[in-house]
Design a protein around this ligand. Structure first.
Ligand SMILES: O=C(O)CCC(=O)C(=O)O
Ligand SMILES: [Fe+2]
Length: 257
């Protein structure tokens, strides 16, 4: 299967949007400058180190983990799942995440893809520990709980993410299916928008590795999902959504009547 090509946000506008419209996804090497991700990593490091020093005794401090900035996290999570959860909640409010989300390119790309008044929705840091299955999401469209009729979302890798580390599953072209009807599934967590079997051969799903700092932009209808992290390191990524401001749309139509 063909690798998804990389584009430069600043230098290949026409080609990248053509690719996005055709495939429902595009990867940028340079959508957000590296310093924005570096800032998140620095803050993650300080939050993790603080928790590790507080909760793990010094004999446990010789950690095997290779992502240097998150040394100790895996041991901390293994030691106490509540601490893991608390840490996860804390990192969703890091100042560096707000700063990252406020990058003008996120709004620019939404505008250039046809949204008249985009707003940011739900910035989020994903923290996928090795062999942790419970937060993985099977193939789906990003339409659950979304009011916006037009939305894109962007996943930036904060660490090199190869197939073994759980690179994202994506079915290029599947956005052309439009919104899929929810399908029932025995797993009550996921009774929504799973990829119907008859489309799986039409739009085969593939794993999309990302290098650190690369961003994949997806259409809300592009089928995508998690794959398991079978490496020894944590997979870190940010997810930012940009949607049409539906309040603005409805007030405009109100005034035009
Ligand atoms: O990064 C992943 O594992 C999938 C994330 C995802 O699809 C989501 O948060 O909606
Ligand atoms: Fe998703």
């Amino acid at each position: 299967m063909n690798e998804i090509p990389r584009f430069s946000f600043n230098h290949e506008k026409e080609a990248d949007y053509r690719y996005f419209n055709e495939n429902g996804c595009v990867i940028f090497r340079d959508l957000i400058e590296e310093k924005y991700s570096d800032k998140i990593i620095t803050e993650l490091q300080s939050v993790i180190q603080y928790q590790v020093q507080k909760h793990l005794n010094s004999s446990k401090q010789d950690f095997l983990v290779a992502n240097d900035f998150d040394r100790g996290l895996i041991e901390l999570a293994r030691y106490n799942d509540t601490l893991r959860e608390r840490l996860y909640n804390i990192i969703q409010r890091l100042p560096s995440l707000s700063n990252f989300m406020a990058h003008p390119n996120f709004i620019q790309i939404a505008k250039e893809l046809g949204m008249s008044e985009p707003i940011y929705l739900a910035p989020h840091i994903r923290m996928d520990l090795p062999n942790e299955e419970k937060f993985l999401i099977p193939p789906h469209q990003e339409i659950r709980g979304t009011r916006s009729p037009n939305m894109i979302f962007m996943i930036t890798a904060l660490v090199d993410t190869d197939k073994k580390k759980g690179a994202l599953l994506v079915a290029p072209g599947s956005h052309k299916l439009g919104p899929l009807l929810p399908k029932t599934n025995n797993d009550i967590r996921y009774q929504y928008e799973l990829m119907p079997e008859q489309y799986q051969s039409l739009y085969p799903i593939q794993q999309v590795p990302l290098h650190k700092y690369e961003t994949i932009v997806l259409n809300m209808y592009t089928v995508h999902g998690s794959s398991p992290n079978n490496s020894l390191e944590t997979r870190w990524s940010t997810i930012i959504k940009s949607g049409e401001n539906t309040y603005a749309i409805s007030s405009k139509s109100f005034h035009s009547k």
